[in-house]
Ligand binder design. Structure first.
Ligand SMILES: Nc1ncnc2c1ncn2[C@@H]1O[C@H](COP(=O)(O)OP(=O)(O)O)[C@@H](O)[C@H]1O
Ligand SMILES: [Mg+2]
Length: 388
């Protein structure tokens, strides 16, 4: 997107985010590796980047759909913009009443058409990469535990390239949970986007015995921060081209880079515990994510540390959240702490009910058929899930 007008930028970003089409936003100046499908250029008035910018971008990205935003859509303006290379035209007057609703409708229609065309062009490409982000409703709900186990299981079960990245500033624990000592962090990747290629990335990641690659969390106190979001969003998009599955431990919504995960994830997993503060926070987080443009269909609730003596019934939790519980994981401190001490994910080192749940959850994510159960764990799982 190219404009000097913050109001227009906000309006366009809001309209694009609420379109229902999953997309990542990249600033032109930050766009080193990304080739956008859609470019929005402000061609209003004297101060705007205008038609010369539009021409330059058309030359730079010949295959992109370019949206021109003009003061008014007179035949003259449309003709000029078309000659410069624009595909779609929208009006957003610089002065007076701006009608954001009609621009929003127009943008939604245009984006929908482009998404359909791209889907057709890619055919039924089943190798499209998927990004899963894990957020905690509050600290200690098990976000890192679920993200790490999901990543390791995806790598082990599918044998497909899988990476986990730790977006937590300073105190990320992904590498620790997996028992690896990384030499580099995701900041080394974000700060060197201009030289990022598969070879360089291989230097930066640590690999777990399950096959899972790890881009470890920053060990710098104040990074990643708000200024890193552009580079990190681009990094995640870049990883999506090299990996089948990208798993993000996004920490909490208060993380300054949370929007990177919200914007890039195909599914957003919100990890809650069956207690009042956790459920109250989950409600708030769901609301805020919807405001950020996440759209309810991408948000999935994971209930972790359930016990047989649940204080709040799952149905009550679902009613309070207005969202179904996508998956429930039992509380099993012995299994989790043994796995943590050994640096081995739960599902790899145990035949517990919890391990069975991780396998089941991950198989579903990867689109694999459910595993046949013959174990003691499987029988006990049946009894446990009967309560839900
Ligand atoms: N299902 C579970 N049963 C028992 N303990 C768990 C479970 N999931 C996580 N834990 C424990 O809870 C603590 C917090 O988990 P963690 O994954 O670090 O949460 P977060 O990343 O949300 O802060 C850890 O000590 C972890 O071992
Ligand atoms: Mg954590």
């Amino acid at each position: 997107m190219t404009t000097d007008d913050p109001q227009l930028r906000t309006a366009v970003v809001r309209a694009l985010r609420s379109s229902g089409v999953p997309l990542g936003l990249v600033e032109e100046r930050a766009s080193i590796t990304a080739v956008p499908d859609v470019v929005v250029v402000d061609i209003r008035g004297e101060r705007s980047p205008g038609l010369p910018a539009l021409e330059r971008l058309r030359a730079k990205w010949p295959a992109a759909s370019i949206f021109a935003v003009a003061d008014s859509l007179t035949p003259d303006v449309i003709l000029q913009a078309m000659r410069a290379g624009a595909n779609e035209f929208f009006a957003w007057p610089t002065a007076g009443e701006s009608s954001s609703a009609s621009m929003e409708d127009g943008l939604h229609g245009a984006l929908g058409r482009i998404a359909e065309r791209l889907a057709l062009a890619h055919g039924d490409d089943t190798s499209a990469s998927r990004t899963f982000a894990f957020f905690g409703a509050k600290g200690g709900t098990g976000t890192t535990t679920l993200a790490v186990n999901c990543g390791a299981e995806l790598a082990r079960l599918t044998k497909q390239p899988t990476i986990i990245i730790d977006l937590n500033p300073f105190l990320g624990e992904v590498a620790l949970f997996l028992g690896v000592r990384p030499r580099f962090t995701l900041l080394d990747a974000a700060d060197n986007l201009h030289r990022l290629d598969t070879e360089f990335l291989r230097e930066l990641v640590a690999t777990h015995s399950s096959g899972l690659d790890i881009l470890a969390g920053s060990d710098t106190v104040d990074r990643p921060n708000g200024q890193d979001t552009g580079a990190l969003e681009e990094l995640v998009q870049w990883l999506g081209r090299s990996y089948e599955f990208v798993v993000i431990d996004a920490g909490h919504l208060t993380n300054p880079c949370a929007e990177v995960a919200v914007n890039t994830a195909d599914s957003i997993f919100l990890v809650a515990n069956p207690d009042i503060p956790s459920i109250r926070n989950t409600q708030r987080v769901v609301d805020r994510m919807e405001q950020m443009g996440a759209g309810t269909d991408r948000i999935r609730i994971l209930l972790n540390r359930t016990s047989e003596q649940h204080v709040i019934a799952p149905k009550q939790i679902e009613d309070a959240l207005g969202h179904p519980i996508h998956h429930a994981f039992p509380s099993d401190y012995d299994t989790v702490s043994a796995a943590l001490n050994a640096g081995v994910p739960v599902a790899l080192g145990s035949r517990s009910v919890l391990a069975t749940q991780f396998v089941q959850f991950t198989r579903e994510l990867a689109g694999l058929p459910a595993a046949v159960e013959d174990s003691e764990a499987g029988r006990r799982r049946g009894a446990f899930l009967g309560m839900f």
